[in-house]
Design a protein around this ligand. Structure first.
Ligand SMILES: *Cc1c(COP(=O)(O)O)cnc(C)c1O
Length: 426
């Protein structure tokens, strides 16, 4: 089929993320991807500044990931996980326990980030049910978060960003703190810390868990906060008998400069969600980890099992490619790359502060953000960046990038130039 025919069929039949139907803007048709580059049907190549929504940290067609996938496909692509098990999933679970903060001991492998958040919430609710605390079924979070698109995760997304008004009566009503004070390096706001303690204490009888994205709030607004607030959450939840869940689906696997963002705070949550970069962006898979205490609590209940079991749980292909992707991180070379990208983003985006309409420029690890005082003109921004050989997907008032770790300084310069150019026209 020609590109025109394909795009006509796409417009006719295919939903795209957060899109109306029929769609208003034609997507770009990608035919191949390699390293940091996407190749389009018209022959153009674009540097991917998005890592396919944070996931392709090693870039495309990485020889080690391709080999792991091919090798596994030669053995078996899938078997059910009920009553059966296999080496790729066992090795992956053990590796995740080894590399995540100390104390997380059990691993539930699931299909996507949203499902891993569902599982995390189910673990917490079932834990308190099992221990006889039937009233502990609500969640507390802070505003500005994003935890996925299925219903329970939506209930802890930012109420405005997640359009909670549309879902009144459908979504469970959770408790919200104000968004954490901005700035990774800002001084701690003691009144916010007090508010954390007071809120957890006041609602302890009805709270099953606090759930947050540590250090970086991603799709909820690309905001960074001081790791000290995570320590405050840990202390408050521990003091008042509430579980703590960290959603590291976006921040995990090195993106913020530490392998997991929880390390910035030196805190272990009771439950941890991983996804996105878990398979290096090759296949959909996520993981929910928990402590022995959480697992034992659940297993004491009248229903002594975790009541969840997706069809494609522990998929061998995804497990094999995840093992290879995590394997690439284990020599620690990513740290040098992320540090290099961080300084290249800082110098490349410095001049954006002088662009009229830009209200903030911030960088942390391999994340660069240019925030405007108005909604981004998507068409103008997309034109500006693609003309410069770069792919970015802005949202709301935000131009941002999260390049693959193998992006070199020339690639990063192209990305930052494109972001500055987009800020001017968008
Ligand atoms: C992307 C994301 C999710 C949802 O993951 P999906 O795989 O898209 O379902 C949940 N939480 C965070 C922090 C995310 O960035």
């Amino acid at each position: 089929m020609t590109a025109e025919e394909l795009l006509a069929l796409d417009a006719e039949h295919v939903w795209h993320p957060y899109a109306p139907m029929p769609g208003r803007v034609s997507p770009l048709l990608v035919t191949e991807a390699s390293g940091v580059r996407l190749r389009l049907s018209d022959g153009r190549e674009l540097i991917d500044g998005m890592s396919s929504w944070w996931s392709a940290i090693h870039g495309y067609r990485h020889p080690a990931l391709d080999a792991a996938l091919t090798e596994q496909a030669g053995r078996m692509s899938h078997v059910m996980f009920g009553g059966l098990t296999h080496e790729p999933a066992i090795r992956l679970a053990r590796t995740l326990v080894d590399i995540t903060p100390d104390g997380l001991h059990h691993v539930f492998l699931c299909d996507s980030g949203s499902v891993s958040v569902e599982v995390a919430i189910k673990m917490c609710l079932q834990y308190w049910q099992s221990l006889g605390h039937k009233a502990k079924r609500r969640l507390l979070t802070w505003r500005g978060g994003y935890h996925g698109d299925t219903f329970h995760p939506m209930s802890v997304c930012d109420p405005e960003g997640g359009m909670h008004s549309l879902w009144r009566g459908v979504l469970p009503e959770q408790l919200f703190l104000p968004a954490p004070p901005p700035g990774f390096e800002a001084t701690i706001d003691e009144s916010y810390v007090e508010q954390i303690h007071a809120t957890v204490e006041r609602h302890a009888d009805e709270l099953a868990a606090v759930i947050v994205e540590p250090v970086v709030q991603g799709a909820g607004g690309m905001r960074f906060h001081h790791p000290g607030y995570l320590r405050a959450l840990r202390e408050a939840t521990e003091a008042h008998g509430v579980l703590l869940v960290f959603d590291e689906i976006a921040t995990g696997f090195g993106r913020t400069g530490r392998l997991f963002a929880a390390e910035h705070a030196g805190v272990t949550p009771d439950v941890l969600c991983l996804g996105k970069a878990l398979t290096g962006g090759y296949l959909t898979m996520a993981a929910t980890l928990c402590t022995q205490d959480v697992a034992r609590g659940i297993s004491k209940g009248e229903l002594p099992v975790l009541a969840h079991g997706p069809t494609f749980m522990g998929n061998p292909l995804a497990s094999a490619v995840a093992n290879a992707s995590v394997g690439l991180l284990r020599d620690g070379g990513w740290q040098t790359d992320v540090r290099r990208i961080e300084s290249a983003l800082r110098s490349g985006l410095e001049c954006a502060v002088d662009v009229p309409g830009v209200v903030d420029v911030r960088v942390l690890g391999a994340i660069g953000v240019v925030q405007l005082d108005h909604e981004v003109d998507m068409a103008a921004a997309t034109r500006a960046v693609t003309e410069r050989g770069v792919w970015l997907r802005p949202f709301r008032d935000m131009l941002y990038c999260m390049p693959p770790y193998l992006a070199d300084n020339t690639d990063i310069a192209a990305i930052t130039d494109a972001m500055v150019a987009a800020a001017v026209v968008a």
